[in-house]
Design a protein around this ligand. Structure first.
Ligand SMILES: Cc1ncc(COP(=O)(O)O)c(C=O)c1O
Length: 398
């Protein structure tokens, strides 16, 4: 296996997404190869021992590392501007293993209360079972983060923009508060994507993605990725990852590696669809409220302007008439499909209170800004006029 020349640091992101991380075998294949192997063979017992000792470079077992996964990780690190990356089996594997790498019994975690249901479970239910206390705060209120910090706080966790109503949290502000207290900041960047927000550059220590979303981008494979410094990934994350087994499948890594080649094109086009649809929906009388980063009426428009270079492929809306009207709108749509997934080339809509955020009680739903009339829309790559006509016909039937 020969390493091709690494792309120059000065190359632009689109070029890096096509060439970055490629390793070619002795056959010189153009397209990256898929290494569907669990293990590796050695020339001798001495070589095997040296590999285990770390004295000889090379792969040992695909739960630890695999050439196709390495290519995906390298390309992801280039996209994010991170020192290094580790692939995981799903976004939740990325979140849970990153958080486990930051804590031990007796530690304390502070997290924004507006979280995707499974992320909320990790920080507020799972970690406390192992002696890690958690305080939830209004993520948009920096004074609440500051007040929640304790001498034993080792990690802060947030999503921005939040799932589903796209509240935007001041990442640089939270990073400063976390670092003053000696804690690490872990950011779930799924709703912004690496194209529109760079948490590491804003001061975060760890970025996590559900690669299931825009990174695959075509609704096929589950995957996740953790991006950080080499130091964090080697000293804190490596053993958690190796020995608990949230490893990415080489097949899924290959799909995602190839998907990264079109990532900037797809995300730009989907974001443009979202921006146009958000503006048109905001003018419609059946819609009470539209949430979209980049619109002047976004509740944290100033933070959006400071920390994001683009909007999102996601739009949230409040439909007048609560759950009944929200369901009626979903059911009347023809091009847009009802699905709780996001980041696909197909436009998808869901009712968070009864799906992705079903675990939340009424107070938690209110804290997350989710009403019974709230719908979350993930924009795909369809023609914007077909999407708009679909909404017009569905809204007129309400
Ligand atoms: C913000 C956010 N984080 C994490 C996840 C979990 O990702 P996965 O489904 O790949 O485990 C999701 C979606 O499922 C999500 O929307």
């Amino acid at each position: 296996m020969s390493d091709t020349k690494k792309p120059e640091a000065s190359l632009r992101p689109a070029t890096k997404m096509v060439h970055g991380g490629t390793m070619r075998s002795q056959w010189g294949e153009t397209s990256e190869a898929m290494f569907m192997t669990q293990g590796y063979v050695y020339d001798s017992a001495e070589s095997q021992e040296a590999r285990f000792n770390g004295e000889e470079p090379g792969y040992i077992y695909s739960r630890y590392a695999n050439p196709t996964i390495s290519m995906f990780e390298e390309r992801m690190a280039l996209l994010e501007g991170a020192e290094a990356a580790r692939g995981t089996a799903s976004g939740m594997a990325a979140v849970s293993s990153a958080m486990l790498a930051c804590v031990k019994a007796g530690d304390h975690v502070v997290a924004a209360s507006a979280l995707f249901g499974s992320c909320l479970f990790i920080v507020s239910e799972l970690l406390p079972r192992f002696g890690v206390e958690c305080t939830l705060v209004d993520g948009t209120d920096l004074s609440a983060w500051k007040a929640a910090m304790r001498p034993n706080t080792t990690a802060c966790f947030l999503e921005s923009p939040t799932n589903p109503v796209l509240s935007v949290i001041d990442i640089a502000g939270v990073a400063e508060i976390a670092h003053e207290a000696g804690a690490k900041l872990v950011v779930d960047n799924v709703f912004a994507t690496a194209l529109w927000q760079s948490p590491l550059a804003l001061g975060a220590d760890v970025v996590v993605y559900s690669a299931t979303k825009h990174i695959d981008g075509q609704g096929r494979c589950l995957g996740g990725v953790v991006l950080s410094s080499e130091e964090f990934l080697e000293a804190d994350f490596k053993d958690v990852h190796r020995h608990t087994g949230p490893s990415l499948s080489p097949f899924n890594a290959w799909v995602m590696l190839k998907s990264l080649e079109t990532f900037p094109l797809r995300v730009k086009a989907q974001t443009e669809n979202a921006r146009i649809l958000a503006d048109r929906l905001a003018e419609h009388k059946a819609i009470e409220r539209v949430f979209y980063p980049g619109r002047a009426d976004h509740p944290q428009a100033d933070v959006v302007a400071r920390q994001m270079t683009g909007g999102s492929t996601m739009v949230a809306l409040n439909v007048a008439g609560g759950k009944a009207k929200a369901f009626a709108l979903e059911n009347a749509l023809k091009v847009v499909k009802i699905s709780n997934n996001l980041g696909d080339t197909k436009s998808l809509i869901t009712h968070p209170a009864t799906t992705t955020h079903q675990r939340l009680d009424d107070d938690q739903l209110a804290a997350a800004g989710i009403g019974q009339g709230t719908l979350r829309l993930s924009l795909g790559l369809e023609d914007i006029e077909d999407l708009w006509e679909d909404f017009e016909q569905a809204l007129s039937s309400l």
